[in-house]
Design a protein. Structure first.
Length: 223
């Protein structure tokens, strides 16, 4: 475990277990989502973590991760109607350190994927011990990938005044014909994002993007 954590948090390209030339269809992914106490990055805390594994474009439905987290602070009442996690649910949750450690074990040897996943990564990093190295493992943001594909498509249009399409998860699910689940539930949103990534991989291939290094140039999660 300790040896893998060193690789997981390594900031040097030479220590990465994922060569940039690896084909997207040959990679293992863990698609994740979190629910948070708020969207204020300086103070928010994790309330739940959901994730599902993929091998290339194949979603491994039997390989799922979900934990409710007790952040040790009150859950803002105005957010309960969004994520549905009541104080009684959170009180029974795992400690943040326990949940993040379990998630890292689940995500071992996988490339991380998420929709606006930089928000999730920032929340996860805050729950790590202060002495731990920074989380630097490459992560793919499906929102950035979709925006790049949209821009490529629009570059071939004569009308440059076209309306920019929304790239929030619900809008993209509708656009790609993805069945919607329970909104703002970490595992449900992770599964929906996995189905989106399943569709984006072949769309990228049509644009000549089929390796990890290439997709990170256009869709790496900002930090």
């Amino acid at each position: 475990m300790a040896a893998w954590l060193k690789r997981f948090f390594s900031s040097t390209e030479t220590e990465s277990p994922f060569p940039p030339g690896t084909r997207l269809n040959a990679l293992r992914y863990v698609v994740l989502d979190t629910e948070l106490t708020s969207l204020k990055s300086a103070t928010n805390r994790i309330l739940s973590i959901g994730a599902i594994a993929m091998d290339g474009t194949r979603i491994r439905v039997g390989e799922q991760f979900y934990q409710v987290v007790n952040p040790g602070i009150a859950v803002p009442a105005e957010t309960i109607v969004i994520h549905g996690l009541r104080p009684v649910d959170v009180q029974l949750g795992y400690s943040p350190a326990h949940a993040v450690t379990d998630f890292l074990k689940f995500a071992e040897k996988a490339v991380l994927v998420g929709h606006f996943v930089a928000v999730d990564l920032a929340a996860l990093k805050k729950e790590l011990p202060s002495a731990a190295p920074r989380l630097e493992e490459p992560a793919i943001c499906t929102a950035r990938v979709q925006r790049w594909l949209d821009q490529r498509r629009s570059s071939y249009q004569e009308d440059r005044g076209h309306v920019v399409e929304n790239i929030d998860l619900a809008s993209l699910a509708e656009r790609h014909g993805i069945e919607t689940g329970e909104p703002h539930h970490a595992l449900s949103d992770a599964f929906q994002t996995a189905m989106l990534w399943q569709r984006l991989i072949p769309a990228l291939a049509l644009q000549g993007i089929d390796t990890l290094g290439e997709v990170l140039r256009i869709g790496r999660a900002s930090r």
